[in-house]
Write a protein that binds this ligand. Structure first.
Ligand SMILES: Cc1ncc(COP(=O)(O)O)c(C=O)c1O
Length: 376
């Protein structure tokens, strides 16, 4: 009852979990198809599920067949495999900052160095990537082994990369033959406006390794995702997957859940309805409570608000204090490789908590920020 309000991790909204539907599906599969469901899966994943995913990607503007799509145990596994397949300890990866905390951690544990550029309202500053790569090429310094990118409803900033930057990013990666690791869990969680073409739609030579996940469109607990890539890149990444294949039962359940052709749009409708109202509720709460002490822009999709607070606050120091008082958030410093950055930023997730608790959390946060920023 008195647990802190959880505005921190990227937990999915439990209101949207299809527990009874999945229970029925699991029961039917276990009764009638136990031999397949309880066996090891093919390492590349089951063809029926890969075919369904390829259809979705193609409809979204990234041409795909089941052969290009392989199943993994969540997007984070794909990041882990790709880091080890594409780079050796001591090599570098490149992205804009702030960026996804677990990508930073996974790539750091693989022994990789981070080369970073900035991002703004239109996403990653591709001009900075282009300049950095040109400089490195001229100097003959080793190039990054891959470029990591979250183009849609970026974590943590919530921003969407513009179409022209997408086109440019693919062109630059193609020029230097550097794979782009595209991590896109939120692309289909859009609450306003219309979709920007995917990186894949510009990618004639196929330098994009797409990473997808069922965590945000269905549920994270199933631990299922996919990669989509050119054959040589896909094989290289998958050669590091040594876990006997992702769960056969879970693959069959997910495939069955998305059996009807309109199952994905129906599911997305349900998820986005829940999340849109939570996004709106958080926007109201922020406007009411934090209007004088913080700045943010409204995300059109995804899970997060990215707040900037005045320079009198150190959000990393504030986080544990606020948690004792009943609200958990992630300080901006988590989203940078260098911990001295991001100390005036806060990421808030509106996805997980019920609206009344979320409002309470924002009110508690206000008491801390107002106390620090406008001392009586
Ligand atoms: C950018 C990004 N990548 C990957 C993930 C996690 O994906 P998965 O649950 O499939 O490991 C998240 C979830 O928060 C995320 O925000």
């Amino acid at each position: 009852l008195n647990s802190p309000v959880h505005l921190s991790g990227g937990y999915a909204p439990p209101e949207g979990f299809p527990g009874s539907e999945l229970a029925e599906i699991a029961r039917e599969i276990l009764r009638n198809h136990a031999a397949e469901a309880l066996q090891y899966s093919e390492l590349e994943g089951q063809v029926a599920l890969r075919t369904r995913i390829a259809e979705w990607l193609s409809a979204d503007g990234t041409p795909a067949t089941f052969r290009d799509v392989n199943i993994v145990t969540g997007a984070k596994q794909a990041l882990d495999l790709a880091a080890r397949a594409l780079a050796q300890p001591g090599d570098a990866w490149m992205s804009s900052e702030p960026t996804y905390v677990n990508a930073i951690r996974i790539f750091r544990r693989a022994g990789l160095k981070h080369l970073s550029v900035s991002n703004d309202e239109d996403g990653t500053r591709v001009d900075e990537i282009e300049e950095a790569l040109a400089r490195m090429a001229r100097a003959g310094t080793p190039m990054p082994k891959f470029i990591y990118e979250i183009p849609d409803f970026h974590n943590p900033t919530g921003r969407v990369m513009s179409a022209s930057r997408r086109e440019k990013l693919v062109a630059v990666a193609t020029k230097y033959e550097i794979p782009i690791l595209e991590d896109n869990p939120y692309r289909w969680l859009r609450y306003d406006g219309s979709a920007v073409p995917p990186l894949g739609s510009f990618d004639k030579d196929r330098w994009v390794i797409g990473v997808g996940t069922f965590s945000k469109i269905l549920t994270p607990g199933l631990r299922l995702g996919w990669i989509h890539a050119r054959e040589d890149l896909r094989r290289r990444v998958m050669s590091f997957k040594a876990d006997g294949g992702s769960s056969a039962l879970v693959q069959m359940m997910v495939r069955e859940y998305f059996h009807e052709p309109d199952a994905l749009p129906r599911r997305l409708d349900r998820v986005t309805t829940v999340l849109r109202s939570k996004r709106d509720a958080m926007l109201r709460a922020l406007t009411t409570s934090l209007g004088t002490v913080a700045e943010w822009s409204r995300p059109d999709g995804g899970y997060y608000f990215w707040l900037s607070v005045g320079s009198g606050v150190d959000t990393e120091a504030l986080a544990p204090v606020a948690e004792t008082d009943g609200v958990q958030f992630y300080p901006g410093s988590m989203y940078y490789s260098a911990p001295e950055r991001g100390r005036q930023q806060i990421r808030l997730s509106f996805a997980h908590e019920p609206i009344d608790r979320m409002e309470r959390g924002v009110t508690i946060l206000r008491s801390h920020l107002v106390g620090v920023l406008s001392p009586a």
